[in-house]
Design a binder for this molecule. Sequence first.
Ligand SMILES: [Zn+2]
Length: 318
Amino acid sequence: MNAVEITRVPMDRTIARAPFEPNMRVAHINDYLICFYDGRDIADYPAWLQSNIDMQLGVCCYVLHRGDTAIIFDTMLYKEHILWIDRYIRDMGIRHVSVINSHWDCDHIAGNFLYKNRDIISTTKTRLKIETNAELFRSGEIWAMAGDPHYPGIDELILPNRTFDGKMVLHLGDIEIHLIETFIHQLGHLVAYLPRDSILLVADACEDTVPFNTLAMTSDMTVQLQAYRELQAIPAKQLYPCHGRFEVIANGGYGPDFIAAMIDYNTALLERSSDPQFLTEPLERFIDKWIARGTLAMHEPYRSLHANNVNQICRTRR
Ligand SMILES: [Zn+2]
């Protein structure tokens, strides 16, 4: 598996993409929450797909369900993913599906097309970002900007049709879902808190090994750090990311120290940015305490994200 550099590459328009069947891992977290996970272990997949950073990092989404009704929290990266998940939940007897998009990145919205006549919920900013970048999504160029020359693009790009700013509360039977806009990772990003069981779906606000800091968030890092502190004030006991270790997700999830680890890492980025070794120091040196505690685990492709993060810091310091 070749390391992906998070930078713009030319699209390869000549590629013939061999079909693939997702090797999806499924975890029933409790009687109403399921995780669908792909990636990390991708050596058997066609080569065109192995150049995608999210497939290397591991990518997942969550389905909340009660009776014959479900809410899908993010619709994954390739159409094959959502078709697989949809088959799975239909087999469970689910007939009514709504969607939440945690933010506008491709690995969270590509499957929206399957639910185009249903409620698709996001923040106002997320809808706006998808709309303004629509051509990049359709062509696949959006991924070429993050190092993947082979992304097929989204044939049918479907925008969220119910939007909000700040906070929104949904109900799925007896389950309350608090959607909270949070200034982390991407403009308009939201997390979902389920007070019933103190569960927080953090989407890309927390990642294991490290978060992905976009330029907008890096240039306002102090605001992002404040947003992390606000997340810490939510009394969540179990946290579930969209990019993390499947074995942790399938065994009770991450603890509240997951957020502390993100704060600590981002603070280290700021504090060490003047060190002569800042750009070359290995990722482990920024998170050794959290690796020792088992909160985070080193996953090699995250070196590319760390390289992005330190470079963004340098760009904002110029
Ligand atoms: Zn993501």
